[in-house]
Design a protein around this ligand. Sequence first.
Ligand code: PHE
Length: 453
Amino acid sequence: MKAPREKFGGRMAVIMAFAGSAIGLGNIWRFPYLVGENGGAAFILIYVAFTLVLSLPIFLAESAIGRSSQANCRAAVEFLVPGKAGRLFGLLMVITPLWILSYYSVVGGWSLDYLVQSIKLDFIRAAPSEVAGSFGRFIAHPWVPVVFHLAFLAVTVGVVVSGVKGGIERFCKWSIPTLFVLIVLIAAYSLSLPGAGKGVEYLVKPDFSKVTAHTFIDALGQSFFSLSLGTGIIITYSSYVKKNENLLVAGAGTALSDLFFAVLAGFAIIPAVFSAGIEPGTGPTLIFDTLPYIFSHLGQSAPVLSAVAAILFFAAIFLAALTSSISLLEVGVTYLTEDKGMKRGWACALLFVICSVMGTLCSLSFGPLSQVKLLGNNIFDFADSAASNVFMVTGSLISVILAGWVMPRSVLFRELTGGGVFSANVRVFPVVRFLVRYVAPIGILVLVLSSVL
Ligand code: PHE
């Protein structure tokens, strides 16, 4: 007889696992920067509105698909759309997270290297002028970033190989609260620096004059990426959620902790950047270039405090990336163990090899392979934009169509209201279903059109 499927322990375990996937690099480097660029609190308001009317309904659609199927992503989708098309859609959602993991773990590797460097006090010992620009030299190195990428993947496998309860649940249950403590400590430090007030202003002052059409697209894309939508993760994790859990509460809890963390990350990073008299730049350069420079600069006068802040900061980035990468790996592992009858250990080993090869190509695209261009981008950027602009939106569109139009209303009702037991859910159900059926598909199409036009 087949062993019964594993299940997450309870509500807290479910929210921690979902939040683990949601909280990641997107919250730490992208959100704070987008907020500042797009009018501070004005952007946060738009982001929250999109999360409520679009991302949360998509999240609920995916979780209903996952829990009702109690199966891996391929089977869950094919269950609703029998035949070739269903299998293709299902497999797309198995491949997407592995594709993302390949390049996401490269950045995870950078965070591990920077954590090691901060523990070795490299940023404090070196002069700020030496630290500035060292990131560019590091990622162009022919093998060091590759080694750290492989190490990061190995740690990811180390968690996932222990299973849903013994690995993922156990890991997320301590790492997510730890992450919040770390980010609050760093924010307190950052806010205490002279001149931090300017950074606070950058983050919170609602400036509607900076809101353009692009602001809406940025907010929507960020909200999708941050909640890990369209990647098969919500479907897979939900298939491990017990039948009596309230999916609406789990979804709202996830979205709320994700947003809260992103705002805290903003307060941890931006005031420090302003206090050093620097304009916040975009993306990886902000956390891997500008911040080490700031730690080194502050280390001249307060070495101990700066050293501690650097260690805590890179530990937070490493942990946040790790809780996301384990969710990316679990989708493929669930598929291989259930569909192909593989042992969890072998499934992890196989996916480790595949992601190592693809990730190594991504990593080398900043150094020896920088001349290789795909549609005008280096390999890393190509992988990233294909995931965000094609795979994730396609996955989200498939999910809302399946949950809104293919899944019988009674099944969606049962999943989202606990069969009528959760009376508050019963009241909002018609609104959620309307958002899933009509509003979400339109929102996704707008996102697609905006990226091609
Ligand atoms: N949500 C993660 C972040 O904010 C990234 C991610 C995307 C994880 C898609 C899984 C799937 O960094």
